[in-house]
Design a protein around this ligand. Structure first.
Ligand code: NAP
Length: 297
């Protein structure tokens, strides 16, 4: 196949592009080029801002499938949720239609919801609607939080756990730490995408998660154990943490967490425990058995 992957230089994208190329597919990667993966055979890079949408029809022409991964979990300057997560998805869907693409695999997120009080989830919801209305045969994948080398969630937790050497080994957790997550390994995420690409698109939406529901507290403790660190959790009411996070968000170039992300930590992010075996026929891996990579962060 010839597959275009938008956001192919990001966390999910770099793993997926490597797997596609290793499986013998030709891959066209589209991104702005802030990060660039290693050059590899069978992979062509096109530098483009999807919000402008220039050159997309040309890039997609001759592709059997488009995998749309571009999205942002936090806003920064011109990169707003509305422009990147909704408008850019509309541009991709429209261009895929014009280019005659036969399968649009859209990466969404578990918990998408039109409720505007969670702007990230609402913008991802709007992106899904653009795909559904495009007239291009599609598959939607909605994963829970994904772990693996290069991720932006567990590696940040690892840094936080290390930082707590300075705070007497106490990890502050916003809220009650009881919200549930269902971590999915990047290898399993990629495996689902590859299987979906081999199938005919049937307009299906698949929620994806790993084999366990873990509370946020359990995620923190699993990360600490993987680092060989003993830590104690102290719960801090969200309203106490909000002003500090707000300050961090508005003064630091790369804040550890934003107000929007803090609020999302209070929301369950789970699906059926057998979601992946049911839809894709294999058993996904546990976080605790696959967290060694965190030593490198
Ligand atoms: N990571 C998770 O745990 C997780 C969980 C659920 C759902 N998802 C979904 O999975 C997808 C991939 O996530 P990820 O973690 O791999 O994200 P990521 O690492 O932040 O990668 C984002 C990619 O999008 C590109 N990009 C950003 N803005 C762009 C723009 N305006 N025009 C063109 N390219 C742009 C980035 O490259 P440049 O900056 O160079 O442009 C990069 O290649 C997203 O749709 C996300 O919502 C992720």
């Amino acid at each position: 196949m010839r597959v275009a992957v938008t956001g192919g230089t990001g966390f999910v994208g770099s793993h997926l592009v490597r797997a596609l190329a290793e499986d013998g597919h030709d891959v066209v990667v589209l991104a702005r080029g802030v990060r660039r993966g290693p050059k590899r055979e069978r992979v062509t890079f096109i530098k483009t801002d999807l919000v402008a949408g220039d050159g997309l029809v040309d890039a997609f022409t001759g592709c059997d499938a488009v995998v749309h991964l571009v999205a942002i979990p936090r806003e920064k300057g011109k990169q707003t949720f509305d422009l990147v997560n909704r408008v850019a998805t509309e541009r991709v869907a429209t261009a895929a239609k014009q280019a005659g693409v036969r399968h649009l695999l859209h990466q969404s997120a578990l918990g998408v919801d039109p409720d505007p009080s969670y702007p990230y989830l609402a913008s991802k919801w709007a992106g899904e609607q653009a795909v559904r209305g495009s007239g291009v045969p599609f598959t939607v994948l909605r994963p829970s939080v994904i772990f693996g080398p290069g991720d932006g969630f567990f590696t940040v937790l690892a840094r936080l756990v290390r930082l707590t050497l300075l705070t007497g080994l106490i990890v502050p957790v916003a809220g009650n730490g009881r919200a549930l997550f269902q971590p999915l390994s990047i290898d399993d995420m990629v495996r689902c995408a590859l299987i979906a690409l081999q199938r005919d698109p049937a307009g299906a939406t698949h929620e994806l998660g790993g084999p366990e529901h873990l509370t946020y507290d359990e995620l923190v403790l699993t990360v600490a154990r993987a680092l060989g660190a003993r830590r104690r959790i102290v719960h801090v009411p969200v309203r106490v943490m909000l002003p500090q996070v707000f300050l961090m968000e508005h003064t630091m170039r790369n804040p550890l967490v934003t107000v929007g992300q803090l609020r999302l930590l209070d929301k369950n992010n789970i699906t059926l425990l057998n979601a992946v075996p049911n839809a894709f026929g294999f058993q996904p891996q546990r976080l605790a058995d696959n967290a060694d990579y965190l030593d490198d962060y």
